[in-house]
Ligand binder design. Structure first.
Ligand SMILES: [Zn+2]
Length: 234
């Protein structure tokens, strides 16, 4: 009879062998391995009735920003946080988080840290000072999103069609303004939303959404100020 830690180590080894047998690339295995390592090292992590330690693709996408309502999802989120902290230490990320956010920085991050662009994009929106979200689609249909702390709530749901423009594999589009009503719930008219898309293989795409406070408020303030002063400051 194996003790719990030894049993978990065996499961970890089995998981690695399973990943290898599926021919996963090294960077995917590295994220998976780091994720499994936290399950192994954290004594409070226990197998759950939901999925034990099988760690599905959906589990690997959970982040601390998601609503974590049960033990299984919380453990998976903690394992993901541990993995990404291990693979992309914050003290090495500064060069990628400067200036206006753009997908070229995500691509450079993925290359530098040898992680998937998907993992890099999630990390990017988590830490960049702009209000960002990243949306993952296949054939222009929404799969899932990860949002920065201050980003407004998204309205799109799994399988919904997203108007991302014409795909050109291997390219990154410019930043285009998009209608907040198409993406946000409830609609936020004081917010300007822009989007940039990276077109990948097999119909996959990564879209960076950036929310900016609209100038409307400033115009309103100027009008009020002018009415108050009678335009004497002009
Ligand atoms: Zn897991």
């Amino acid at each position: 009879m194996l003790t719990p830690p030894r049993r978990r180590l065996c499961q970890l080894r089995q998981g690695i062998v399973a990943d290898s047998s599926r021919g996963q690339v090294r960077r995917r295995l590295t994220f998976s391995l780091s994720h499994e390592l936290l399950h192994f090292l954290n004594p409070t992590h226990e197998q759950t009735s939901v999925g034990g330690f099988r760690c599905t693709r959906q589990d690997m996408r959970l982040s601390s920003g998601d609503k974590i309502g049960d033990r299984h999802r919380r453990q998976e989120s903690e394992a993901n946080s541990f993995a990404i902290e291990l693979l992309t230490p914050r003290n090495r990320l500064k060069p990628f988080l400067c200036g206006n956010a753009k997908l070229a920085q995500v691509v450079a991050m993925a290359k530098e840290f040898d992680i998937s662009r998907e993992a890099a994009a999630r990390r990017f929106v988590e830490l960049h000072p702009d209000d960002l979200a990243v949306v993952f689609c296949r054939d222009n249909r929404f799969l899932y999103a990860a949002c920065g702390r201050e980003f407004p709530r998204l309205s799109i749901t799994a399988g919904e069609q997203c108007d991302l423009g014409q795909p050109v594999q291997g390219t990154i589009s410019g930043f285009d303004e998009v209608a907040p009503d198409d993406w946000l719930h409830p609609p936020q008219h004081a917010i300007e939303l822009s989007a940039q898309t990276l077109w990948q293989a097999n119909g996959h795409s990564i879209t960076l959404l950036r929310a900016d406070q609209s100038d409307d408020d400033e115009v309103g303030f100027d009008d009020t100020f002018e009415r108050f002063t009678g335009g004497q400051n002009r």
